[in-house]
Design a protein around this ligand. Structure first.
Ligand SMILES: Cc1cc2nc3c(=O)[nH]c(=O)nc-3n(C[C@H](O)[C@H](O)[C@H](O)COP(=O)(O)O)c2cc1C
Length: 368
């Protein structure tokens, strides 16, 4: 198992190749960042060393399972063969070259920066494998990409990234560092960082909802896609109660009674996943299933057997209430949008003259 390498401190205080100070340009409230890279001849590794001297990030290196291969031998025959296999069947996992297993807690990261070589005007096959395997976990993340090539332009790599990661939020245009600009990489990455639209730390109320079943309430962390945002928006009007039924030995599901925007893609749902199916059905998973789904979020902190109990696995007619976290008791909020409007305590009690503390007004958490 490859571990994520934490070398922020070392990079901050020594070995930094950056000749410009860019940390001040990264907003203080950005969420955690993961830099994922593959490097065959070392150029991407050098770019990552430079980059992590400029931003705080954890680093993950992707490595092929088969060591010692010469991708460039015989006029790049092996590199070409790997890319052609992907091109022939891009949706088949077997088309992608095996990589060493990696363990990433994607929930810990809001931002991911990919650093990859270009091979024959496409994304290096090894990095494609990582993205193919982890696309559903990267859904909703803010993602940026740096591409290293000898001289070829990177539009093909950008197309590969968009195909492999249809549900991410791109932070900025990809940065291209070719051989003639490699020595100048510190300036290039430094300038690029200032254009990135980093996700903020996940601390706002809209990113969490509650699910209540049989009097027990659990929090759900929403992903950052249009469907999840639309669901949170809907719940601002008040809790929504649906009746779900067990199905397939892996989920409870049923009609929402309204539609949400879809970005369906082949997804292997895992225990705890909250998923939109066919645009207007919600599925809560206590097992696993692969289908074309849109992710909404994940139930926080329950084991598979705890999920089975909480979700009443195997039963029918299960009454499930969804509400915005911290505002479960508020059915509707009257008042002007903006600074005016009636305040509610976090328990839902109307509060005309709030003192010090946290209150809810017009669906938003406010502090007095
Ligand atoms: C199989 C293979 C194919 C490549 N194809 C191209 C190419 O089409 N155009 C180009 O400019 N560079 C090409 N390169 C060069 C790499 O993109 C470039 O050297 C890059 O900086 C390598 O990054 P790395 O050192 O991190 O592996 C290729 C390299 C390999 C190994």
């Amino acid at each position: 198992m490859k571990q994520i390498l934490l070398f922020m401190a070392a990079m901050l205080f020594g070995g930094c190749t950056s000749d410009i100070e860019v940390k001040a340009n990264v907003p203080a409230n950005v969420g955690k960042t993961l830099v994922v890279y593959y490097s065959y001849t070392g150029n991407c590794r050098e770019i990552v060393t430079t980059l992590t001297g400029q931003i705080e990030a954890d680093v993950l290196e992707i490595e092929p399972a088969e060591k010692g291969l010469k991708y460039e031998a015989n006029n790049y025959a092996l590199g070409t063969e790997l890319l052609n296999a992907i091109k022939a069947n891009p949706n088949d996992a077997a088309s992608y070259p095996a990589i060493d297993p990696v363990t990433v807690s994607f929930d810990d990261y809001e931002n991911i920066i990919i650093v990859t070589p270009l091979w024959w005007s496409q994304m290096a096959a090894i990095m494609q494998t990582f993205l193919f395997q982890n696309a559903s976990q990267m859904a909703g993340k803010h993602v940026g990409m740096i591409v290293s090539s000898h001289s070829s332009g990177i539009s093909g790599v950008v197309a590969d990234a968009k195909r492999l990661l249809p549900e991410v939020v791109w932070m900025a245009d990809a940065l291209w560092i070719n051989a003639s600009r490699h020595a100048n990489r510190a300036t290039l990455t430094g300038e690029w960082i200032t254009t990135l639209n980093f996700a903020e730390t996940q601390s706002t109320m809209e990113q969490k909802i509650h699910i209540t079943i049989g009097g027990e309430t659990r929090s759900v962390t929403l992903v950052a896609n249009d469907a999840a945002r639309a669901l949170a928006e809907k719940l601002k009007q008040g809790p929504v109660t649906v009746t779900l039924n067990s199905s397939g030995g892996f989920e409870i599901w049923g009609a929402l009674g309204f539609s949400l925007p879809t970005s369906d893609q082949q997804t292997t749902a895992q225990p705890g996943d909250v998923i939109l199916y066919n645009g207007s059905n919600i599925c809560l998973f206590y097992g696993s299933n692969s289908w074309s789904y849109t992710r909404l979020g994940k139930i926080d902190g329950l084991t598979e057997s705890e999920l089975r109990t909480f979700l009443k696995a195997g039963e029918s007619g299960i009454c499930v209430t969804m509400s915005l976290a911290n505002a479960t008791a508020i059915r509707s909020i009257k008042g002007d949008v903006g600074n005016g409007g009636i305040c509610h305590s976090l328990a839902g009690a109307e509060t005309k003259n709030p003192g010090q503390g946290i209150f809810v007004r017009n669906g938003r958490k406010i502090f007095f």
